[in-house]
Design a protein around this ligand. Structure first.
Ligand code: WTA
Length: 639
């Protein structure tokens, strides 16, 4: 129906609906001109669809089987195939004109700039790969990367992948305990970091945080430190080495063979928050992840060689892994990476970047848009944004008001907004439009080709149109996480047990009469704060690690800019007084342990917490009470 109006509808018909139809020039150049036709064909034979996409990439050896589902839910893709994501992200381009094309354009917060061609990227990655080898990194070893947003971060990731080491990037906004627990779980012997990072005109002391974290674990033997700020840092004799000094040694030869990997070999671990305090790492692979991210990026952002693409996220999250580093490079795209924040030194930092580098595709999060909206239209209006062609949104539901502001003031009513729903676990876009799809503000539209999603009630029955239920995915996809690192049972329990055979997303959603999905939010213990994914359990353990705290509960409550904000309830140990000063001390403590993004918005001291008879904190009830909503079923509440 929507497609029909898109193709044959009159201007008046389009004008009068609440639906945004793509303009003819967007449709004319789209990789996917006829969404319905591609979707239908893909649906008939999903492995065929993915095999054809995989053929566009390079393989050392072709796969035998596209999809092996003999051991559900441990699906395998491109079985028997041999490749390396770096072969597709870099090596292949060196044989084409793209060798001289810019891979990255980087701008520092201090205004410094650095651009890098695919040729130079290969050189730096190869050199650093040889450094890693000289430091003893072998295929399968985990390497933790904890850096600011400098080009050396993707270089370090690619160098690991090139030699078959498994990177584990910890977001640079995390702090001591978050870093420590991730190092400990992955048992990384090598850690790559920076002396510091520039953010909002200040310096984040990354190396100091590393030193603190390493006091708590003996796993790390070697630390490589990239000098970004030049502020003096402690360098531990025999453990810490400067990046630039290693890169100047003969071991850093610019020639390095890319390791031939099995399609199912792990590429990276990425930790994400869950229901218990222990962080869990999702495992992504070289083969399926390459095919899934390459394809979705190409079709959704309609990438071409003329484009200058900018994803303003951080490489430390899945968005950055998939759509700053790997998918753009595999597509031979030129990407912008920036260091800093949207509003420093002024709230036009982003619009100046778009203007200066001629950005054609901008991909960001609703929270950033809401944050920038506050400063008014004058800031973007002063800049030339006419290079933009497509916009993107990710990380949380985009409220229609922010959608319209973004569409009008940034896209100037020319640029469709690709609202992409996906997760660390999915690796790639799952529910998303492509540029010709009619858009409804606030809806991520429909599942990507071959993917099927449903909205179910507690008993596993589909709910009627427009009613809320649990979002599940019923078909496998190539970039799906293969397991939870070292804990396959947890993988099955968390994602495949609520509805056996179906992937449980942890989100609730509605599907409307056009088959469009409207994501509502998390139904588990994950809180999305400014698009960042945090776990109630991690916040609670950070609080409980303070000597004054006996017990704590964390919940997410709606927040105008952040989407959700963290509210906490704390029971103090005997002898501690509930003062404003202590509350502030606890907030700081969470900041130092977990990271500034996790600092609670509000701390309330309480004498007790609502629990079930089996002793589990009823966060749902805390949430309802805090918002003055009905308390729902409280039959399990202890007396
Ligand atoms: C939320 C981020 C609505 C959702 C890529 C999901 C979204 C969680 C959207 C995953 C979107 C992501 N609309 N909600 N377009 N994209 N989410 O693992 O709750 O950091 O489950 O991955 O973000 O967060 P994660």
């Amino acid at each position: 129906m929507l497609e029909q109006v898109a193709r044959n509808g009159t201007a008046a018909e389009k004008e009068n609906s609440n639906v945004y139809y793509p303009s003819a020039d967007i449709a004319d150049r789209a990789h996917v001109a006829d969404w319905e036709a591609v979707a239908q064909e893909a649906q008939q034979d999903p492995p065929k669809f993915w095999a054809e996409r995989a053929e566009e990439l390079g393989w050392y050896q072709k796969w035998r089987t596209v999809l092996d589902d003999n051991d559900k839910p441990f699906y395998k893709w491109f079985v028997g195939g041999r490749t390396n994501i770096v072969h597709n992200a870099i090596d292949r381009h060196l044989q084409t004109f793209r060798k001289n094309k810019l891979a990255f354009i980087w701008q520092g917060e201090d205004g410094s700039e650095h651009s890098m061609s695919f040729f130079s990227l290969n050189r730096e990655v190869s050199k650093f790969a040889n450094v890693l080898k000289a430091l003893g990194a072998r295929k399968g070893d985990r390497v933790t990367i904890y850096m600011g947003r400098v080009l050396e971060l993707p270089i370090a990731m690619l160098a690991c992948a090139k030699i078959g080491a498994v990177h584990s990037v910890v977001y640079g906004g995390f702090s001591v305990e978050a870093l420590h627990s991730r190092i400990e779980d992955s048992q990384s012997r090598i850690l790559i970091t920076c002396d510091g990072a520039f953010l909002n005109g200040k310096v984040v002391e990354l190396k100091q945080i590393v030193d603190e974290a390493l006091k708590r674990t003996a796993a790390v033997e070697t630390v490589v430190v990239y000098k970004r700020t030049g502020k003096p840092v402690h360098m531990e004799e025999g453990r810490d080495y400067w990046w630039h000094e290693l890169m100047a040694l003969p071991i850093a030869s610019p020639k390095c063979e890319t390791e031939q990997m099995d399609a199912e070999d792990p590429l990276f671990l990425l930790y994400t928050s869950g229901t218990t305090g222990r962080p869990k790492a999702l495992v992504h692979t070289h083969g399926g992840y390459s095919v899934g991210t390459y394809t979705t990026f190409k079709y959704v952002f309609d990438i071409n060689d003329e484009d200058r693409y900018w994803c303003a996220a951080d490489p430390g999250w899945i968005t950055g892994h998939s759509y700053i580093v790997y998918a753009p490079l595999m597509n031979g795209a030129t990407s912008v990476i920036y260091e800093g924040a949207p509003t420093f030194p002024y709230p036009d930092r982003w619009w100046r970047i778009v203007e200066k580098y001629g950005v054609t595709i901008l991909y960001t999060a609703p929270t950033a848009i809401r944050g920038l909206m506050r400063f008014g239209e004058a800031w973007p209006n002063r800049c030339d944004l006419s290079s933009l062609r497509l916009l993107g949104s990710v990380g949380e539901p985009i409220n229609p008001e922010a959608w319209r502001w973004y569409y009008k003031n940034i896209g100037k009513e020319r640029c469709p907004i690709m609202d992409t729903w996906w997760q660390t676990e999915t690796g790639m876009f799952m529910i998303t439009p492509t540029p010709t799809v009619p858009l409804k503000p606030g809806s991520a539209t429909r599942p990507f080709f071959t993917i099927q999603a449903e909205v179910l009630d507690d008993h596993g029955h589909p709910v009627p149109s427009n009613e809320e239920g649990y979002l599940v995915v019923t078909t496998p996809w190539p970039a799906m996480a293969r397991t939870v690192y070292k804990d396959p049972d947890r993988y099955v329990d968390t994602y495949w047990s609520k509805y056996p055979g179906k992937y449980f997303t942890g989100d609730s959603a509605r599907r409307d009469e056009d088959g469009y999905f409207w994501i509502i939010g998390r139904v588990d213990d994950v809180i999305k704060v400014s698009g960042y994914r945090l776990g109630t359990a991690e916040v609670e353990s950070a609080l409980v690690s303070h000597p004054a705290v006996a017990e704590a509960a964390a919940i997410g409550l709606p927040h105008e800019i952040k989407g959700n904000a963290i509210y906490t309830y704390v029971i103090l140990r005997g002898g501690f007084e509930p003062t404003e000063k202590l509350a502030e001390e606890l907030r700081q403590h969470v900041g130092t342990e977990l990271g500034p993004i996790a600092k609670p918005e509000h701390i309330e001291f309480v004498p007790k917490l609502p629990k079930t008879r089996s002793g589990k904190i009823m966060r749902r009830l805390l949430k309802a009470r805090a918002q003055g909503l009905p308390e729902g079923d409280i039959s399990t509440l202890e007396e």
